[in-house]
Design a protein around this ligand. Structure first.
Ligand code: NOJ
Length: 569
């Protein structure tokens, strides 16, 4: 873990202790409601997802160029245990197998991303199109469609061609807008006759903050208080440009939709009767999802971001705000460029007001003047940052409805991880997480939020960025020790299948039977996994020992024959 996240964790812990010590503080002031039995609207789409760098492997195969994640992960000390995505789940070679897993679950859609350097090794359309890379995505799309699974395709899930980082400093440079547009245009040209759902960027918050502010992610730059805002500015412009390209050149023919996938934790005021906490919580959400959603829906950054960053920049003696400014023309070009809003949501924080004097240096985090807290009773089975707080999901969805005029929403990511060493496939806590989060989403639909699809994150265990393989989000367990990367269903596969086949939660009696059934199926997968070392050992016997023995025997027989022949002569 890098210093920034360590600091944030310590900070959270200290605050947690302070707040727990205040006796009259009541965590239960927030009404969390009870379980709601009911089903989803007809046609609601259930899916699962993954992304190129996290699952494909084949990092240097068939003419693929290097991405910033290849370069970053190959540097020592950047990723937990110095792991890389070089092979990951070997998804590049296992399209058929993975589609049969999806088919078995009855998924209606699969969300994946296209690796930019796999189809444009130098990042630039006019230089070199890698037809083998195009063929890989062609096959994937065709096979999904043959199986009646709708592809939802992300154009940028963080793997920028490395050469563009070296030449231009990646998203710090405005040239990226046109280069990304060329890449997107190529994807529309080659795949758009079969793909109807496009997501320009996945989670631009992470690209900006973790890539250019804290440096925990590729390209690993620490341009505090400035770099993230600049990257985000170019990303928003690039998104808008791609939307317009689709709108003017392809929409008529291809009849698809272009959206973006934003991540957003929910921020709940620590004390809901304290105006300063209420405002701090609102700021938390505005600096997170609002940073990107507000320009796309309303044409400009949230007012609160402009005020806070502007004031702090002035106090720091800067001539202009560290938050870049859109011209009037750009604002009207950017406004309304979202056919649907993708939402990736995992967790919630309590938020309280906290002043950070502007003299203490720049940072996105201190610009917000707030502190994040967690309730020690929230379950946190896997990733250190991921607490299970289902009610926060419903609140976030209602916030989006209210703020952005009830847009069409696709839930593009939601799920929970477990720790690396956990090889128990009977993942109770994940079934509970899905049940409760999906139930809150159902309540949000009843509240009138316009949600069309849900994507469980993720189909497979996979490379989890700077955490390497230490955090497993998959419905399917992947045995990374085995070079064939076998997949084993966790209990949550069966549980999610039941939700899908009932299109929701019909009644209590039925729900009770789901868990029992899921546990039954996972016990047998557990046995299979336990036998895996033996099976891989046997694999080694057939792949290495047997051929070696055969060759040796042939050689020995030849020598013996020669010896006999010589004696005769
Ligand atoms: C959001 C990212 O988009 C995804 O790639 C990652 O696996 C999840 N967060 C979980 O960390």
């Amino acid at each position: 873990m890098l210093p920034q996240s360590m600091l944030r964790t310590c900070h959270l812990l200290v605050l947690m202790l302070c707040v727990s010590a205040i006796e009259d503080f009541d965590w239960t002031k927030n009404d969390h409601g009870s379980f709601y039995y009911g089903v989803f609207p007809t046609g609601f789409s259930w899916g699962a997802g993954g992304s190129a760098y996290q699952t494909e492997g084949a990092w240097n195969v068939d003419g693929k160029g290097m991405s910033i994640w290849d370069a970053f992960a190959h540097k020592k000390g950047k990723i937990f245990l110095n792991d890389t995505g070089d092979f990951s789940c070997e998804g590049y070679h296992k399209v058929k197998d993975d589609i049969s897993l999806m088919k078995d679950m009855n998924l209606k859609h699969y969300r994946f991303s296209i690796s930019w350097p796999r189809i444009l090794p130098t990042g630039i359309k006019n230089e070199n199109i890698n037809e083998k890379g195009i063929k890989y995505y062609d096959d994937l799309i065709n096979k999904l469609l043959e199986n009646k699974i709708t592809p939802i395709v992300t154009l940028y899930h963080w793997d920028l061609p490395q050469i563009l980082e070296e030449k231009y400093r990646g998203w710090q440079n405005a040239s990226m807008v046109n280069l990304f547009n060329d890449f997107a245009n190529l994807c529309f040209e080659r795949f758009g006759n079969r793909v109807r759902h496009w997501i320009t960027f996945n989670n631009p918050w992470s690209i900006a903050v973790e890539g250019y502010e804290t440096g925990e992610h590729a390209p690993g730059l620490k341009l505090r208080g400035v770099g993230a805002y600049k990257a985000a500015h170019h990303i928003i412009k690039a998104h808008a440009k791609v939307w317009h390209t689709y709108d003017t050149q392809w929409r008529n023919k291809q009849k698809g939709l272009v959206g973006i996938s934003l991540s957003g934790d929910w921020g709940e005021p620590v004390d809901i009767s304290n105006q300063r906490d209420i405002e701090a919580a609102e700021r938390y959400v505005q600096f997170y999802m609002g940073w990107f959603a507000t320009p796309l829906f309303n044409g400009d950054y949230p007012q609160v971001m402009k005020d806070y960053i502007g004031r702090k920049s002035a106090q720091q003696g800067l001539g202009a705000s560290r938050l870049p400014v859109f011209t009037a023309q750009e604002k009207s070009y950017i406004r309304g460029t979202c056919d649907f809003l993708g939402i990736g949501h995992f967790t919630t924080r309590y938020i309280t007001q906290k002043n950070y004097p502007s003299g203490r240096g720049n940072s996105y985090f201190t610009d917000r003047d707030l502190a994040e807290l967690v309730d020690p009773r929230w379950p946190d089975p896997g990733s250190e940052w991921l607490y299970s707080v289902p009610w926060g999901f419903r609140r976030l969805l209602n916030f989006v409805k209210k703020q952005y005029g009830n847009p069409m929403i696709y839930v593009t990511e939601n799920g929970v991880s477990e720790k690396m060493m956990c090889t128990d496939l009977c993942d109770d806590w994940r079934m509970q997480y899905f049940k409760d989060y999906i139930n809150e989403m159902l309540k949000a639909i009843k509240d009138g939020v316009n949600i069309k699809a849900y994507t469980a994150w993720s189909l497979l265990d996979k490379f989890e960025w700077d955490e390497g393989y230490s955090e497993r989000f998959g419905l399917y367990y992947v045995d990374f020790r085995d070079k064939n990367k076998p997949r084993y269903p966790k209990a949550s596969v069966q549980y999610y299948k039941s939700i899908i086949s009932s299109n929701g939660f019909p009644n209590q009696r039925e729900l009770e039977s789901w868990k029992g059934k899921a546990i039954e199926t996972c016990s047998s997968s557990n046995q299979l996994l336990a036998a895996d070392p033996l099976i891989s050992h046997m694999g080694m016997v057939t792949e290495i020992v047997v051929p070696t023995m055969c060759t040796l025997s042939i050689l020995l027989s030849a020598v013996f024959l020669m010896f006999l022949l010589r004696r005769r002569l």
